[in-house]
Design a protein around this ligand. Structure first.
Ligand code: FAD
Length: 415
């Protein structure tokens, strides 16, 4: 179903209710789990992707829920505005990204959902709740990260910021040295992240500083070489070889040149997000910021002990605490550790090993990425879990938006 208006969206849910079918919305389909799979109605908001209103003075924007981030970034840039912080791709729809607490990095900045200041939610009987800080603030509070379980987000209003550039510095460094400076790095840089190359002592660091200095982008040939040729095409070929023959893959990897040191200034979204064409599986865990170094070192040790032969890096980021009940950063400054393997590569042993470590730190798995948890193991990790479930019982008492996957990770609606 591809609705074009809120009224159509609402009628669609009414019809599903009359037919006793379930409804799932798919954003850009960029989650790594069956989170959007259904044998009921699958709603694609690809034709429901416009900017509805911009308040230039207040720097706010109201959009239809299907708008992809790349288009939103573009629309905001033409109006001198920007999203405060985003992750490392911009293919997701705004509702898909916020529903799973999608985040970037930067200890002074929250995830994308934390910037939501209003929303319209189509509930299980097709009625629309218009939630703002003044009307239905309880719905606004919880539904910012709804995991697709509370209803269909129809529109989202976001607090933006004046457009800004980022000064990017990317280079390879010793991972031990990075860990020693972890606190300084995340407090001293606007945006800091690193990618550790398993079985080596090296990591690629990215430091982004917010600036109003004019753009000084990489030459086009260099951006194409780094972002497409080396980071995607050559990497894909190397991963393919390594999937069949890990030893040969490692040798090929040594022949592919690195992207080297990069120092440039560009529009914020062009620095935050880059193209990704290589397909992979991912699990990402949120742990308290202060546990990062210990948890990361245990992952390093696990990789060594298990003899994990992978080329995909382990990514580490940090974000501010927020107050959204099902946000992975709820109530604590958060560090994220993400592990990846190339598509078609066995991942169970590696991911389960990493998950076992994360459990010791009250780790919360990303809602759009792989994990092995259930509602029973997740509930104690979210102090406001019951408030989420109470709202779910109100907005979806009959399980209109449920699915086998949500039954596993959230429990059945009304439970
Ligand atoms: C290459 C790649 C890079 C990534 N990088 C990052 C990153 O840097 N940071 C990060 O945090 N995550 C990252 N992710 C994960 C990604 O941001 C999330 O999985 C996100 O949910 C995908 O958005 P989507 O639009 O594809 O949503 P989908 O995967 O299609 O849906 C996700 C959830 O949102 C729900 N949903 C979608 N639209 C609506 C709506 N209108 N109303 C109610 N519910 C809705 C769906 O039902 C589902 O529950 C990455 C994923 C990939 C594949």
């Amino acid at each position: 179903m591809r609705p074009r208006s809120e009224a159509e969206l609402s009628r669609l849910v009414e019809r599903a209710a009359a037919e006793r079918r379930t409804v799932k919305v798919v954003g850009a389909g960029h989650s790594f789990t069956p989170i959007v799979c259904t044998d009921g109605y699958l709603v694609d908001l690809g034709d429901y992707d416009r900017v509805l209103h911009v308040d230039q003075a207040a720097a706010t924007v109201t959009v239809q829920a299907g708008i992809p981030l790349w288009k939103l970034n573009q629309e905001l840039a033409t109006r001198g505005l920007a999203l405060e912080n985003i992750g490392d791709i911009a293919y997701q729809s705004i509702a898909g990204a916020t529903s799973t607490a999608t985040h970037g990095t930067g200890l002074r900045f929250g995830n994308i959902a934390s910037r939501i200041i209003g929303l319209h939610l189509v509930t299980g009987d097709g009625s629309v709740v218009e939630a703002t800080p003044e009307h239905h603030p309880d719905v606004l509070d919880v539904a910012r990260v709804g995991v697709g379980a509370l209803g269909v987000l129809s529109t989202v209003t976001l607090q933006c910021v004046p457009a800004f550039n980022l000064h990017a510095l990317e280079q390879a460094e010793s991972v031990d040295a990075i860990l020693e400076r972890w606190d300084e790095e995340i407090t001293g840089n606007d945006h800091f992240e690193f990618f550790w190359l398993p079985n080596t002592g090296w990591a690629l660091t990215k430091r982004n500083r917010r600036t109003q200095e004019p753009a000084r982008p990489r030459p086009r040939w260099r951006a194409l070489r780094d972002d497409y040729l080396l980071s995607n095409y050559a990497f894909d070929v190397t991963c393919r070889v390594a999937r069949r023959n890990p030893e040969l893959g490692r040798r090929v990897a040594k022949l592919v040149p690195g992207t080297g040191r990069s120092d440039y200034i560009d529009r914020s979204d062009r620095v935050f997000a880059s193209p990704r064409t290589v397909k992979f599986y991912e699990m990402e865990y949120a742990v308290p910021r202060e546990n990062l170094v210990e948890a990361f070192n245990r992952v390093r040790e696990l990789v060594r002990r298990q003899g994990v032969q992978i080329l995909f890096p382990v990514e580490v980021r940090a974000v501010a605490a927020d107050d959204i009940p099902l946000s992975t950063a709820f109530g604590r400054e958060t560090a994220y550790i993400a592990v990846h393997v190339y598509q078609g590569t066995p991942y169970d042993q590696y991911f389960q090993g990493v998950e076992g470590i994360m459990n010791d730190y009250g780790g919360r798995p990303h809602w759009g990425k792989m994990h092995f948890q259930t509602a029973a193991t997740l509930a104690p990790r979210y102090p406001r879990w019951h408030e989420f479930q109470a709202l779910r019982t109100r907005t979806d008492p009959t399980g209109r938006f449920s699915s086998p996957y949500l039954d596993r990770v959230l429990g059945p609606s009304g439970a």
